[in-house]
Design a protein around this ligand. Structure first.
Ligand SMILES: [Zn+2]
Length: 134
């Protein structure tokens, strides 16, 4: 049986984001791709999983006033595009900060948060979100 701490470790790893690295040119892609668009044929069979650091900088952000249909999110919320340390871009919700305080280029970290709950079965969904590095 899986112990709780191990379960959490695995969830955390998963939601830091797992991309792929091309074994030929070492470029990293997220979400993962089958083939490196730079190396094409040369990269076939050389793409390997690469866990992201979860750290990056805010490229752009916008405030959303409509809730997503699948998740009963509090509105408004902030969606951000983040350039990760691995030179890949991730899109996600930015939390734990007021819109007025958000600045382009600020450092953010990936964290795992509850996204929603499916009733009545009680299945809880988790996913990554961005938090400011303070
Ligand atoms: Zn490549």
């Amino acid at each position: 049986m899986m112990t709780i701490p191990r379960f959490w470790r695995e969830i955390r790893q998963r939601y830091k984001g797992v991309g792929v690295e091309c074994g030929n040119c070492e470029r990293v892609y997220f979400p993962p791709r089958e083939v490196c668009p730079h190396c094409r044929r040369e990269s076939i069979g050389k793409m390997k999983e690469r866990e992201l650091s979860g750290k990056g900088r805010l490229v752009t952000f916008t405030e959303i006033h409509e809730p997503m249909p699948d998740f009963k999110m509090m509105v408004p919320y902030i969606m951000a595009i983040v350039e990760m340390d691995e030179d890949v871009r991730m899109t996600g919700q930015l939390v734990d900060i007021d819109y007025d305080e958000v600045e382009q280029g600020m450092e953010v970290d990936v964290t795992i948060r509850r996204l929603g709950e499916e009733s009545p079965s009680g299945i809880i969904y988790y996913g990554y979100k961005f938090v400011p590095v303070r």
